[in-house]
Every structure is written in C-alpha cells, then in structure tokens.
Design a protein around this ligand. Structure first.
Ligand SMILES: Nc1ncnc2c1ncn2[C@@H]1O[C@H](COP(=O)(O)OP(=O)(O)OP(=O)(O)O)[C@@H](O)[C@H]1O
Ligand SMILES: [Mg+2]
Length: 249
C-alpha cells in the first residue's frame, strides 16, 4: 500500500496515482485507489459526480463506521481499477475527529480486510500534512513523493520526511520512503536541470531514474478521465509510466 504525498499543491500526486493505476491495470494487476483529498480530483476521473455519492471515504473514517467498505468502493469503467472515492464531506474530518487519538488508525482499520482483494493500493493525499495524510501514512507500507525541479523541492521534501519519521517512530515502524519521483520536468530550462542535478546529488538513489516530462498529454488524459496508458497507449508519456512501474516493483 503506497501513500502518494506532498504538501505542495499541484506537483502531480493525483496524476501519479491515476497513470500508475492505468499501467498496473493493463498488466492485469488489481488496483484499489483511495482518494483522501476533499477536492475529490481523483474521484472525478472515475465517478460522474463525487459530491452526489451516497457514501464516500469519509463514512469509513470512524471508530465504528455505519457502512461497509464494500458499499463505498466503486468499480470503475476500467477493468482492474476500483476506487474509494472522496468528496467535500471529507473537509471536516479534522474537526470531526479532533481529540480522538485513535483516529489516525481509522483508514488502516477500514481497509484492512478489503485490501486483500487487490494487488496494489494507492492513496492520493491532499496538499497538506494534515490528519488525512497522517492516516494514509499509518495505513501504508510506503510513501511516494512526487516533486518538481524547483527551489521549494528541498524544504518541502524534508517536511514530508520528518512526518514519515514521526509516524515510523510512534506508530508504523515498517513505513518506508519508496522514493521521490520528478514530475513536470522541462529539460530545456537550465534552472530545472540544475535543480534536477542538485536533487539527485542530495537524495541519490532515493530518486527514481524515470522522470515525467512536463507534457500536456498528461492533463488531456486526466481531463478525458483516462489514465495515459489508455488515452495514448503508444506515447512516450505512457511508456514513462511503464518504466516507472518497473522501477517501483
Ligand atoms: N507531467 C505533467 N505534465 C504536465 N502537466 C501535468 C503533469 N503532471 C500533472 N500535470 C497537471 O498539473 C495539474 C496538477 O496535477 P495534479 O492534480 O496531479 O497535482 P496534485 O499534486 O494532485 O495537486 P493537489 O495538491 O491540488 O492535489 C493537473 O492539471 C495535471 O493534469
Ligand atoms: Mg491531487
């Protein structure tokens, strides 16, 4: 189970979840996507109107949830991809669970049984190191961090690593940092090249060799509500995700 985390917005967490799921699905692996972001961006790809759903992930995040995960999981029009959708109801999760220490375990408890039906679970986190992200880290075995080649990447990454260490020390000893994956890379910009080198120097083989270029086809695919490997199966962009998945597993 992999949590895709970065408190910076727009770095590509949702995109990485979507396109990685597509590659896994095309190779016949069963994937469960979990949307932990109240924006519901990932859910919107697979569900017509996430805000009108009867149940969403929010209903499972409770000491004694009133619904069963099976009632919340949505099959999608893509074989091998299911999703636990999120919507705006998740926005008050921090308030709702304030003061409940055990709340950090609620996602883990909710999916403990259902996860066995899948080869991989990918959790799309919100752009913050909030309650929802912590729940994802408590449930996950690994953390994957999409980054852009920018100044901010260093300080932001360190914040994520600090939270990983905290969760590891207190709650989930087995949580590992799977690595950083560079997204939206434009190699024609000298500054980005410099940051790319600097990041690779600092984090070494914690950074995936595969990089995702800044390319409009990723956005087109998401807008047309498809993983890139279904939208443009023969493209370089789809191949990049195939290479990434080979590195990942
Ligand atoms: N490699 C890429 N090239 C071009 N556009 C990209 C790439 N990756 C993602 N995008 C686009 O950038 C925008 C932000 O990406 P995405 O929503 O995946 O980021 P995010 O980290 O999930 O954002 P948030 O923090 O708001 O959840 C989207 O419009 C997406 O289609
Ligand atoms: Mg997102």
């Amino acid at each position: 189970m992999i949590a895709v985390v970065n408190q910076k917005g727009g770095v590509g967490k949702t995109s990485v979840c979507l396109h990685t799921a597509g590659v896994l699905a095309e190779t016949g692996l069963r994937v469960l996507l979990i949307d932990m972001d109240e924006q519901g961006n990932l859910s919107s790809v697979f569900v017509d109107d996430p805000n009108s759903l009867e149940y969403s992930i929010n209903d499972l995040l409770d000491d004694e949830p009133e619904v069963d995960p099976d009632e919340v999981i949505q099959q999608t029009r893509f074989e091998n991809i299911d999703i636990l959708p999120a919507n705006i109801t998740l926005s008050n999760v921090a308030e709702r669970l304030a003061g409940i220490d055990d709340a950090q375990f609620f996602l883990l408890e909710a999916i403990q049984d259902v996860q066995k039906s899948y080869d991989t679970v990918l959790i799309d986190c919100p752009p913050s190191l909030s309650r929802a992200t912590r729940m994802a880290m408590v449930a996950a075995d690994g953390v994957l961090i999409p980054i852009e080649c920018q100044e901010w990447a260093f300080s932001g990454s360190n914040k994520v690593l600090r939270l990983v260490n905290q969760v590891r020390k207190r709650v989930n000893q087995d949580l590992e940092v799977i690595g950083f994956v560079i997204n939206k890379y434009n190699p024609r910009r000298a500054l980005e090249q410099d940051y790319n080198k600097a990041l690779r120097q600092q984090y070494g083989d914690q950074i995936f060799r595969t990089e995702f270029r800044n390319n409009v086809e990723y956005t087109e695919a998401a807008t047309l509500r498809m993983p890139i490997s279904f939208y443009k199966p023969a493209s370089e962009q789809a191949d990049a995700f195939r290479m990434f998945v080979k590195e990942l597993f």
